[in-house]
Ligand binder design. Structure first.
Ligand code: GLN
Length: 192
């Protein structure tokens, strides 16, 4: 049974916890740097990337997680979590920092604002179609050749990756935790 943390500073923590419990993982809600020890994986939830970034700094988690990422901890960022892992943030706040662990450039609210939120099925490599819930979602605009693209979605925009992996770091622009389909979480925990 993998031991998976969910960063619990802000965002839809509860939904990720429920999903992980449902697939039989041991779950730790992470609010302090020490809780990052002895994890097999960590999820950075959706929410507000600027708030989560601020709380990562004030809680002292930022430098510890930075080191864990470099040491190979498996980390999966969904929506705001993806923004936090990206190399470059477009339309971010001027002082917005990120871990730069995924070689992607993301545009905050790249699919439009709250009112433009949508659901569209996403075809995931090796899994099949899963429901895709996009809420003020970041859009991956450019990506490096080391990136494994596990799902691409054409939302009338020619198609952009929506689920990606680069070694131990995973990111998706939608919210698999807001559905009853646990296969995306399963894909991540199976890799741990
Ligand atoms: N647009 C939000 C941000 O910039 C992310 C939205 C989400 O996580 N649902 O943080």
């Amino acid at each position: 049974m993998p031991r998976v943390g969910v960063l619990a500073l802000q965002g839809d923590v509860r939904e990720h916890v429920a999903m992980l419990v449902n697939i039989g993982a041991e779950v730790v809600t992470v609010r302090q740097a020490e809780q990052l020890d002895d994890l097999d994986g960590l999820i950075l939830p959706g929410g507000e990337s600027t708030s989560i970034a601020y709380l990562l700094t004030t809680s002292g988690i930022r430098p510890v997680l930075e080191k864990k990422l470099a040491d190979g901890l498996s980390v999966f960022g969904t929506c705001a979590g993806l923004i936090l892992l990206s190399r470059e943030i477009l339309d971010g706040r001027a002082d917005q920092w990120s871990f730069a662990s995924l070689d992607v450039s993301v545009r905050r609210n790249g699919y439009g604002r709250q009112i433009a939120s949508f659901e569209q099925p996403v075809d995931v490599v090796g899994v099949g179609e899963v429901p895709g819930v996009f809420i003020r979602a970041p859009r991956i605009e450019t990506w490096g050749s080391e990136l494994e693209v596990l799902a691409t979605l054409d939302h009338g925009d020619g198609g952009h990756p929506v689920l990606v992996r680069q070694g131990n770091v995973w990111g998706c622009s939608f919210h698999p935790e807001l559905t009853t389909d646990s296969r995306v979480h399963q894909l991540f925990t199976d890799s741990l």
